[in-house]
Design a protein around this ligand. Sequence first.
Ligand SMILES: [Zn+2]
Length: 310
Amino acid sequence: MTGVPPDVPGLFDERGEIVVDHECKKCGYNLRGLREDGRCPECGTPIGLSTTGDLLRFADPEWVEKVARGLKIILWMILVGLIAGILGVLAGATISEEAGTVLMFVVGLISFYGVWLMTEPDPSGIGEDPNITARKVIRITLVVGLLSSPLQLAVDALDLPYAGVVLVGIAGVLVILVGLVGEFAKFIYYERLAKRIPDDSLAGRARFLKWGFTIALGLVAVGGGIAAIVAATAPATATAPAAPAAGPPPALALLGCLAIPVGLAVVLALLVFSVMTLFLLLRLRKAIAQQANLARTTWAAALGDGAMPA
Ligand SMILES: [Zn+2]
């Protein structure tokens, strides 16, 4: 392809031995003190494959393929969700609400599997900070999101006292916050993957959407929450006997008039950022699938060279 890949600078001493802690890209074994022409004592992978930097094309091809496959599943589930949503609107009441809920739960489960595949750890340990990583944050928030939906159904079925309703409301807000953190972490992860392609334009797009998409989503969630509270309290005031000089106070009326255009603008922004995220994922999946092919070629060549024991 592009000749001999460059080694990580400062990795070897003058005798050709690895002088720093450096992990095997296949199994994570510490290769310190070993030579580049040797093999990993743990898994037998040629050490030369592990000294070529962080780019995906030099990473374990099986892992890169898993990431690409995860992204593909996520994209398909977005498509299925969109089609189901549009059909649901068009078909109206022909599909029962329960069937819709079940379908969305199945789509959610398959997406869960896709995100899990996408966030499999790189066996080399690259990208694993000593502290918590974006990858782990995505997984934790994913589990919280998945657990919250059956809990929500169970809570809806119960007839809770007022205090219970408030607690459930607080829990719901926390679940939404956790979800926002998860979305933010996903874009950090996309940016890191893009840098390992390396593709600065994709990385920049991920960095932009990390803020744009997450903030728009957060505002829509807050706006939806306020609208729900207003809707829940409105009947109480409406049923009260109307005084002659009824009607909302002018300040509130003004706020209500402003809420509609601002709300529309935020929803529009979220739509635009969602479409941008979709294209980001399409480009990222394509690029990572290409990197997986390059990695497979690199590793096949190296494994083939070393197939004959000296
Ligand atoms: Zn190894």
